[in-house]
Design a protein around this ligand. Sequence first.
Ligand SMILES: NC(=O)c1ccc[n+]([C@@H]2O[C@H](COP(=O)([O-])OP(=O)(O)OC[C@H]3O[C@@H](n4cnc5c(N)ncnc54)[C@H](O)[C@@H]3O)[C@@H](O)[C@H]2O)c1
Length: 384
Amino acid sequence: MRTLILGGDGYLGWPTAMRLAVRGDDVMVVDNYLHRTLARETGSEPLMPTPALLERTSLFRAVSGRDVAVEIGDCTDQSFVDRIVDQFQPDAIVHYAEQPSAPYSMMGHVEAKRTLENNLGTTFAVIWAVMRHAPDCHIVKLGTMGEYGTPNIDIEEGWIDIAHNGRHDRFLYPRQGGSLYHTTKILDTDLLWFYVRTHQLRVTDLMQGPVYGVSTAEADCDERLAPRFHYDDIFGTVLNRFLVQAVAGIPLTVYGSGGQTRGFLNIEDTLQCVELALRTPAPAGDMRIFNQFTERLSVREIARRIADVGNRMGLDVRLTTVANPRLEREEHYYNPRHQGLLNLGLQPRYLTDDVVADLLERVRRHCHAIDTRCVMPRVRWVRE
Ligand SMILES: NC(=O)c1ccc[n+]([C@@H]2O[C@H](COP(=O)([O-])OP(=O)(O)OC[C@H]3O[C@@H](n4cnc5c(N)ncnc54)[C@H](O)[C@@H]3O)[C@@H](O)[C@H]2O)c1
């Protein structure tokens, strides 16, 4: 397959590029280094240094003999995306190119506007480039489980059948994002669904939960090929932040009661899911939605798990409660379906003690680089 990966410098984009290249796909990655710029601006650098794309592609070529083509440019720029899609003629586009941080989107007006314009702008440019230059191309878009919020009913896989006043119909499942970032993902979904209806696009929208891990089959041979590891309050996930706090001897900062529950997955499972979606394209005129996670965990459970494993490894890990900087339910019902990708063949890997121990060990090797200023909450949803 000819696969175009937008956001190919990112945490998920780069490992996806390596995986597909090893499988024999013709792969091109596109990025404008937005994430690196925002990380620098907010003092949220990754724990391990991450070489720029051209250096990573040459390192990867040296170890695998495979090529990954690189284009640096802004995916909100329609003429740029048009040119890439027209010239490369992809069978599929994996669209990761968005501003992915909920706290960043809640910092202030500048950051909110940047998130809104960037995330909708990239999706809009992709849709139009596909309609004009590669109408049969399958768009695999990364959404988030956060689009659904935490409703007090079961969460279906994208769609819900509603009976009302004796009549029935099928709708996108009701969504309520907990941040502006999540709201941009909801708007993306609506935009895609509109153009699927009007222009018979092929779309798979993957409602992904928070991803953890840095170990993939391709990255493990050279740490410079590893996915980026952010641990700060803006770009890091809760799991990474706890791992770093555990190693740095800072009590793990559980926001509020810690009952916030989400669906998590290992980065290897993200790679499996994206590949499964690519190899079974959605039919033209279909908007296929999968809930992409493998296990439900609460913030409290993650903190306890990391503390248990860390203490067995000789660390001194404690938990503390801090005022929740977010507006979210801290104790809630959470029962999302996630059957579609299992039906396609997903073989889940879970957050075992061995996986936690391996991650703690990696962080320990880089503990000299930990910046303890960025592990406490710096962004509040509502300011006093
Ligand atoms: N990582 C997760 O846990 C997670 C969970 C759910 C959903 N997602 C979604 O998956 C996608 C990838 O996430 P990630 O963690 O790899 O994020 P990331 O920030 O590491 O990767 C996104 C990449 O896209 C690039 N990008 C952004 N805007 C761009 C633009 N206008 N032009 C060109 N490049 C641009 C960034 O520079 C970055 O390298 C995002 O859409 C994110 O919302 C991620």
